[in-house]
Write a protein that binds this ligand. Structure first.
Ligand code: ADP
Ligand code: TPW
Ligand code: MG
Length: 583
């Protein structure tokens, strides 16, 4: 592969023209559009692209696996409302990144995966080039859009299209293919500069029509038991004040989806999170704000929901409407514009949640909170999820700027309930797909983008998907504390293989010392067997401001299979009836 020529070395002495190349044009186009960080893994043909980006002041974060770099870019996109950039090499590197690109698209996070690719003429005739693959075709089904730059003079256009597509309308993942030959192509520097452009208004406001707003106001005004559901689209919108004003001025109870926790503080008096089942079952008018009525909300179906409920949906994506339930009042637009329009058009006091409904939910909440407090008081040995996570919660409360990253099954379900959030966009988790492997990538992005401490609460299985990035965390000296809920298994650690002593499919090593993994890279390792030890270790780790890992030894019989979503397992004849094939 030819090294990138700099304009200086490439200057043609005879012609006296200054030249540039694809590498420089990519970096210049990114900088022109305020890209300040790139996450990636290097190799042919993008190593010099990463070097040049770094030399020109773009922060480059090098990972150990592209999935994790991609997850980091996606999280950066969610947190900053600007597309996160992931850089990958051809074929295998590209494919490794694709999971993250698809996951970003599913979660509506803006990101761009820029990948180098092999020689087009060799790829297209399947001649067997190094890392040969038709990447554009492969990416297409898994992202919002896929583009390829075929000529060096189209680099600026390609980057502009990729960035705008990722962040406008419903955000998502965009693939941008830049073949090696294009990166190495040379052109006149002045002409090259003219091919670049800075995007004007890349994510324009989208305003709802007045009649749509009035329709929703009427529905809310007539409701006896209204409920607001806040989703991660509402958190993403960064319209925090508008959301608060709307909720507080109408008095409508709300439930936050997991990543919308903290958009309003979890101890807000109108939060119905602790009376969720009752709220869903009885609400007669439900207003979804940046939340889809997908599996995470039981598709809006009975028995979880009131079968007569009518829905209002605030979403930037028109075709989301009616995807699961008929939407009586669609409000297509961005959250801020929609809430502005409601505030403008609703007469003061027109929308007001009836007191009886608020009191009914508050009473149920109080009961449930008391029950939970009882459970949290217990401190059995061996340590249970609750005990360890309560310790994490109590320490994190003293550092409200801390980001929480969370994945696993029981480790996810229980942490989501126990660790309450008080600041918007400070919780990142497995999201819409319930994917494992986001942990270290999301944690790295949160630390890099914010500079604030991050606590990644990880199931021991979940952690394994991205565990090697502990080296990345240590290399960049990031303030990430990984807390592994080590119950020795996928879901639990006490399953047995009925046939012989080979491990069962869900078994992991209970004796695993994840704390020693981070020590190998110079980070602080802790092993905790009681909540008090968890609290002490986390306090010390956060005070150190550096990388740390706490291996929490959890009862291997703690946890339920598949956590809260066991009902999604298909029920064949083998369930509960697995017998040894032979002795
Ligand atoms: P959750 O999982 O928290 O319920 P979802 O990911 O299902 O949230 O829903 C997020 C929704 O938010 C998506 O349908 C997306 O189109 C929408 N969305 C994203 N950004 C905005 C925005 N700025 N304004 C309105 N809707 C948005
Ligand atoms: C990419 C399937 C869902 S949850 C989980 C797996 C493997 C791990 C659960 O064990 P863990 O948590 O993390 O130890 P705990 O506390 O319950 O013991 N591959 C991908 N995504 C998913 N969701 C899976 C597999 C899965
Ligand atoms: Mg586990």
């Amino acid at each position: 592969m030819t090294a990138p020529s700099t304009p200086e070395t490439a200057a043609n002495a005879d012609m006296q023209t200054e030249l540039t190349d694809g590498y420089h044009l990519v970096v210049d186009a990114l900088r022109m559009n305020d890209v300040d960080t790139v996450y990636g893994v290097v190799g042919i043909p993008i190593t010099d692209l990463a070097r040049l980006a770094q030399a020109r002041g773009i922060r480059y974060i090098g990972f150990r696996h592209e999935s994790n770099a991609g997850h980091a870019a996606a999280a950066a996109g969610y947190l900053t409302k600007k597309p996160g950039i992931c850089l990958t090499v051809s074929a295998p590197g590209f494919l490794n990144g694709l999971v993250a690109l698809a996951n970003a698209t599913t979660n509506c996070f803006p990101m761009v995966q820029i990948s180098g690719s092999s020689e087009r003429h060799l790829v297209d005739l399947r001649q067997g080039d190094y890392e040969e693959m038709d990447q554009l075709a492969a990416a297409q089904p898994f992202c919002k859009a896929a583009y390829r730059v075929g000529r060096v003079e189209d680099i600026g256009r390609g980057i502009a299209r990729a960035l705008r597509t990722a962040v406008s309308g419903r955000p998502g993942g965009v693939y941008l293919d830049i073949p090696a030959a294009v990166l190495g192509s040379i052109m006149d520097a002045e002409a090259g500069a003219k091919t670049l452009s800075r995007l004007v208004d890349p994510a324009p406001r989208q305003l709802p029509g007045p009649e749509a707003v009035d329709r929703a106001i009427e529905l809310l005004a007539g409701a006896e038991r209204p409920l607001v559901v806040l989703g991660k689209g509402a958190a993403y919108a960064q319209a925090d004040d508008r959301v608060r004003e709307f909720v507080e001025s109408t008095g409508i109870p709300y439930i936050p989806m997991s990543m919308a926790k903290g958009l309003l503080p979890d101890d807000h008096p109108q939060s119905a999170a602790t009376a969720r089942s009752l709220a869903l079952k009885k609400a007669d008018v439900v207003m979804l704000v940046g939340a889809r009525l997908n599996w995470l909300l039981n598709h809006g179906e009975a028995p979880q929901w009131n079968p007569d409920a009518r829905f209002i949906q605030v979403d930037i994506e028109a075709r989301e409407m009616d995807s699961n339930q008929p939407i009586a009042a669609p409000l297509v637009g961005d959250v801020e514009s929609v809430l502005d329009a409601i505030a403008e058009r609703a007469k003061p006091g027109r929308i007001a949640a009836p007191a009886a409904w608020r009191e009914e939910l508050a009473a149920r909440s109080a009961q449930n909170v008391a029950k939970m407090a009882e459970r949290l008081k217990a401190d059995p040995h061996p340590m249970q999820f609750m005990g360890a996570l309560k310790a994490v919660r109590d320490v994190v409360h003293q550092h409200p700027e801390t980001y929480i990253v969370n994945e696993g099954a029981n480790a996810l379900d229980i942490a989501r309930n126990v660790i309450d959030m008080h600041v918007p966009r400070h919780r990142l988790d497995s999201g819409t797909w319930g994917v494992m492997g986001i942990g270290m990538g999301y944690a790295i992005a949160a630390a890099v983008e914010s500079g604030a401490p991050v606590v990644a609460v990880e199931g021991d299985s979940a952690f394994g998907f991205s565990g090697m990035e502990l080296e990345t965390i240590c290399r960049y000296k990031l303030p990430v504390v990984t807390v592994v809920m080590n119950n020795g298994g996928v879901y639990r650690g006490d399953d047995v293989n009925p046939l012989d002593d080979a491990p069962s499919p869900t078994t992991l090593m209970l004796a695993a010392r994840h704390d020693r993994m981070i020590e190998a890279f110079g980070g602080r390792g802790y092993r905790a067997t009681t909540p008090a030890e968890v609290a002490a270790a986390l306090t010390e780790a956060l005070a150190s401001g550096g990388p740390a890992l706490i291996d929490c030894v959890i009862d291997p019989s703690a946890g339920t299979e598949s956590g809260h979503i066991a009902h999604l397992n298909p029920k064949g004849i083998t369930v509960g009836n697995i017998t040894p094939a032979r002795k």
